[in-house]
Design a protein around this ligand. Structure first.
Ligand SMILES: C[S@@+](CC[C@H](N)C(=O)[O-])C[C@H]1O[C@@H](n2cnc3c(N)ncnc32)[C@H](O)[C@@H]1O
Length: 294
């Protein structure tokens, strides 16, 4: 039977609002920034093979906060290079926010931005139709592989674009996180696979292992305060619940049984820890880094 619940991502306004609240209530971007400053410099040091020009592709860049941070590390490791940065992002609002940030930031003159308002698969189709031969030195897809129909095929395509010493960096929620537990329990009820795959790094690693593709991985511990979800009628709690379940208006449209089951699981020790009256959800992330296919 078709899933009667509507996916949150069909309402871009509410999706972006809930994502913004999620960023405020979680250490999501903080833990990524720690990774970018502590681990990424070493990962990026070998890319480019001494070239004076680097090609970068950001897929599902959102408003670009994390992308711009990574571009500054890239510059630190490769001073003096010029950069061609393809941004692939289907949301016009997010793309607009990214462009505004770029226009307000100094030190970006060495980067040429190309704005692709499209999905990863539209970008792939366009790339193939134009028979592009350009290779990329650094490709990243941060918290976006959920939204492609076939994450494995998407990884294959983007990995095939890597130049010698190029790196493909993926960040998704970890299989060990609260998200992993939630999706393993309620995948059939919550995930509309036409829109979101509810995929974790656990699934991606199994896929890569089955294909014999090697990778490096790094766990990024992260938390999210979901206390408001447990106050009936709390507007922010409802927005967070939409984000957690990826269902539009979850509180109003889910059956009472599903709502009760999800709320119970969210505060279960498999997903969250309760401290000082707060419910802290395990938002653990994991980074996977792939090299050029040999
Ligand atoms: C959770 S946000 C992550 C944004 C950013 N990478 C970050 O970590 O802050 C997911 C992003 O993927 C974009 N997106 C959704 N479907 C996509 C698709 N099929 N291809 C590429 N990007 C997509 C969304 O518009 C959104 O900006």
């Amino acid at each position: 039977m078709a899933n009667p619940l509507k996916s949150l991502i069909v309402d871009d306004g509410r999706y972006q609002k809930s994502f913004k609240l999620f960023l405020e209530r979680s250490s999501e971007h903080q833990c990524m920034q720690d990774f970018i400053h502590n681990m990424l410099p070493d990962i990026l040091s070998s890319i480019g093979n001494g070239k004076s020009h680097l090609n970068v592709i950001g897929v599902g860049s959102g408003a670009g906060e994390i992308d711009l941070e990574m571009l500054s590390v890239l510059r630190m490791k490769h001073p003096g290079v010029t950069v061609d940065n393809e941004v692939v992002e289907p949301s016009s609002q997010q793309l607009h926010n990214y462009r505004v940030s770029v226009s307000q930031k100094a030190d970006l003159d060495h980067i040429k931005f190309t704005w692709n308002k499209m999905t990863a698969s539209e970008f792939e189709e366009q790339w193939k139709a134009k028979k592009m031969t350009k290779k990329a030195d650094f490709i990243h897809m941060i918290q976006m592989l959920y939204y492609v129909k076939d994450p494995g095929a998407t990884i294959n395509f983007f990995q095939s674009l890597l130049d010698k010493n190029g790196k493909l960096l993926i960040i998704l929620v970890s299989g060990q996180s609260g998200w992993g537990k939630l999706w393993r329990t309620y995948r059939n009820q919550l995930c509309n696979i036409e829109i979101s795959q509810c995929v974790t790094t656990g699934d991606i690693k199994s896929f890569l292992d089955s294909k014999g593709v090697s990778y490096q991985n790094y766990e990024l511990p992260s938390q999210m305060d979901i206390t408001e979800c447990f106050t009936e009628g709390n507007e922010k709690g409802e927005l967070l619940l939409d984000f957690l379940t990826e269902v539009l208006d979850f509180s109003k449209t889910a059956s009472p049984e599903l709502k009760e089951g999800v709320l119970n699981l969210l505060r279960h020790p498999d997903c969250s820890a309760e401290t000082d009256g707060k419910v802290i959800f395990n938002n653990g992330l994991e980074v996977i880094v792939l090299d050029q296919l040999s």
